[in-house]
Design a protein around this ligand. Structure first.
Ligand SMILES: Cc1cc2nc3c(=O)[nH]c(=O)nc-3n(C[C@H](O)[C@H](O)[C@H](O)COP(=O)(O)OP(=O)(O)OC[C@H]3O[C@@H](n4cnc5c(N)ncnc54)[C@H](O)[C@@H]3O)c2cc1C
Length: 415
């Protein structure tokens, strides 16, 4: 259970400074660790590309605690352990007749870690994964547990918490009746045609993802569409802005099916199956969010940096996310375009490009993903998030002795 070696995040680019990483196998054990630790911080599946999860004290990894899935069909909720990976629980939820409203591209991440950072999939009418949270249980500095739900006046500040409010043990999520989906691939679309119609393209399916390397085109658009029950032949567009539908590819060990075949929601919403090495495997990521109404202008501004971006880029993925009211949400107040860069594993070179990339997005109020690389500091964040001072106050009330504090929180939020 005890680890004293320095441990790394998933990409191997962040070395945790924590003196120990502990992986309890029960909630009681987790509570006892919190109660006796002067500094402690929650750890999910380590997929963040920055030090958001780090602490100088104990990193508490909850992935060893059983999922204990409880589905309440009447209330339409699913309650599960925060360390659960989405991909491990999704088929069980489906078998029980229910589904989540969306997933990230990766089913390997923990529910607790995803919710804490505002992780999202795509869909102009779909909020981040945090928006599915109906309530959660959290261990405070003395190891005692309390429940925070939507009736709590601080709920909108507490859901997306970056690990700064305590250790989340169990999460209750909204669920809906299980549904089926298909994925279809279109492209290429000329750059100018796409940038004039970003919102339209991204409204063409339930969940739409577009890919570019900032050349003359959008190489591919991936349309994920819900299929009504009893109908396997749901019509999808034959073309998108003049770009034909391609045959796509059946599912394999590395990708979910993109050939128009119909499958369960959990096998079409993520890009990668749970058994795969996700994405490019050797990479770092950054991501920024701009109001959807500025999508074309923001993309044109970034394309001006193509010469500096391209040598380090695998691919840029464009998605959308519906507005919400969470204080630290990148979609707070407005629907956004999500501009996600999957970079080659060149962290120093990427860090050198990011200030210029971010200054190009600054006129559009570009907000960085909390779990990815960024150079944005507390002063800039305060200008981007109107409720940061309220969040600091919430942290001060929940954690007066700074048990859950992190260097990331101090540097980026001033907590
Ligand atoms: C290949 C790849 C693909 C990705 N795709 C997407 C994507 O599609 N969409 C997207 O938005 N992001 C994406 N990400 C980013 C990723 O979803 C986020 O970084 C997410 O936070 C990772 O979850 P995790 O379980 O690894 O959390 P960690 O990185 O381990 O932790 C993240 C934060 O959660 C906190 N935390 C975790 N568990 C708890 C707990 N139980 N109690 C309190 N705090 C806790 C930590 O303290 C930390 O602040 C991707 C990352 C990778 C590596």
């Amino acid at each position: 259970m005890r680890s004293t070696v320095r441990e790394l995040n998933w990409s191997g680019t962040v070395t945790y400074t924590a003196e120990q990483v502990l992986r309890p196998s029960s909630l009681d054990e987790a509570a006892a660790i919190v109660a006796r630790s002067p500094r402690v911080h929650g750890l999910g599946t380590r997929h963040s590309f920055n030090d958001v999860a780090d602490t100088p004290g104990v990193l508490l990894d909850l992935t060893g605690i059983p999922t204990d899935l409880v589905v309440d069909a009447d209330r339409r909720t699913a309650t599960l352990g925060a360390g659960t990976r989405y991909g491990d629980v999704a088929p069980d939820l489906d078998r029980a007749g229910f589904a989540l409203h969306n997933t990230g591209s990766l089913p390997h991440i923990s529910v607790g870690g995803a919710v804490a950072t505002g992780t999202h999939g795509s869909g102009t009418t779909l909020g981040s994964l945090s928006t599915a949270v109906r309530s959660f249980r959290v261990l405070g500095p003395d190891g005692s547990e309390r429940t925070i739900d939507r009736s709590d006046p601080d709920f909108d500040g507490a859901v997306l918490h970056l690990g700064l409010l305590g250790i989340v043990t169990r999460v209750t999520l909204d669920v809906e009746p299980a549904y089926r989906m298909r994925q279809d691939v279109y492209g290429p679309i000329p750059w100018d045609t796409f940038t004039e119609h970003v919102a339209e393209v991204h409204a063409a399916g339930t969940s739409v993802c577009s890919y570019t390397v900032f050349g003359d085109e959008i190489s591919e658009v991936l349309l994920k569409s819900r299929v009504p029950d009893g109908d396997d032949d749901v019509p999808v567009p034959g073309e998108l802005l003049g770009a034909p539908r391609s045959p796509g590819a059946p599912g394999d060990a590395s990708r979910t099916a993109r050939d128009g075949s119909v499958g369960p929601w959990w096998d079409r919403l993520p890009h990668f199956p749970i058994g795969s090495v996700p994405s490019h495997g050797s990479e770092v990521q950054s991501e920024h969010f701009v109001p959807l109404r500025h999508a074309g202008a923001a993309l044109d501004a970034l394309r001006g940096l193509a010469d500096r971006i391209q040598p380090h880029l695998h691919v840029c993925e464009l998605r959308t996310m519906a507005a919400d009211g969470f204080w630290l949400s990148p979609a707070q107040g407005e629907d956004v375009l999500c501009i996600a860069f999957t970079w080659k594993k060149h962290p120093a070179e990427v860090a050198a490009v990011l200030p210029d990339l971010e200054s190009r997005l600054a006129p559009f109020g570009g907000r960085p993903h909390w779990g990815k690389m960024s150079s944005v500091d507390a002063a800039a964040i305060a200008g981007l998030y109107p409720r940061v001072a309220d969040f600091r106050d919430l942290v001060a009330r929940a954690d007066p002795d700074r048990t859950f504090a992190s260097a990331f929180g101090e540097r980026v939020l001033g907590t």
